[in-house]
Design a protein around this ligand. Sequence first.
Ligand SMILES: Nc1nc2c(ncn2[C@@H]2O[C@H](COP(=O)(O)OP(=O)(O)OP(=O)(O)O)[C@@H](O)[C@H]2O)c(=O)[nH]1
Ligand SMILES: [Mg+2]
Length: 220
Amino acid sequence: MAFSNSSPPILALPRWWHQLFSFASFSKAEERRPLDNHHGRIIISGLDAAGKSTILYQIFEETRIVTTMPTIGLTLETISHYETTFTSFDVGGSGSTYMLRMLKYVYTDFDDCCGIIWVVDSNDRERTPDVKKELWSFLNEWLPGAVPILVVANKQDLPNAMSVGDIERELKLHEIKGRRWHVQGTKALTRDGIRECLEWLSDTASAHRLPGKKLEMTDW
Ligand SMILES: Nc1nc2c(ncn2[C@@H]2O[C@H](COP(=O)(O)OP(=O)(O)OP(=O)(O)O)[C@@H](O)[C@H]2O)c(=O)[nH]1
Ligand SMILES: [Mg+2]
């Protein structure tokens, strides 16, 4: 998602919108998965078109193919599943810094954030510098304390995709201090790697959750 400086972002959907997804996903949840017993919030972020919404839906849907539309404006996509909520948002585009500031103001319950999924389009080599800039700005200015970060190297099915090692080097992930991090390759369209993502988060995010808080995943 991108928007120009001249057109400030707006909250594109009412706050109750995610309840539709809560209802839809709840009925499908028969088999317990790695994060099902956790509490807190997990944020899914990254540049536009990286695959955030696809990953969000693949975590919960049983279908093999997921169709997504570009997430427009300052749109939060949130899905609740048992005690877990995933919320997704975009940080790309020229208005991203303004948007993050506004989100901090509007949406104040990030104190319960216990993990981040940062989605990268591994096939989009041209935008690697943008990804690096946004990721580090996010880590330095936005993400509280020692919250663990899972970098998802998505679109591994595409022939020009950077490897997990390439992404680790390009984004200088080894310079991350004071928090656990990991890179997981995924092919979100076919769900490859999604379970591994959840397993890593299950091991690490729980250490950062607040007692008694519901686990939520937020695709911003
Ligand atoms: N080849 C391939 N395409 C993918 C993969 N994951 C997502 N896509 C496609 O990439 C496009 C963008 O995916 P979305 O999930 O909408 O990405 P997003 O990050 O939510 O995008 P915005 O909401 O616009 O910021 C869609 O056409 C997806 O079908 C993948 O692993 N491989
Ligand atoms: Mg989206």
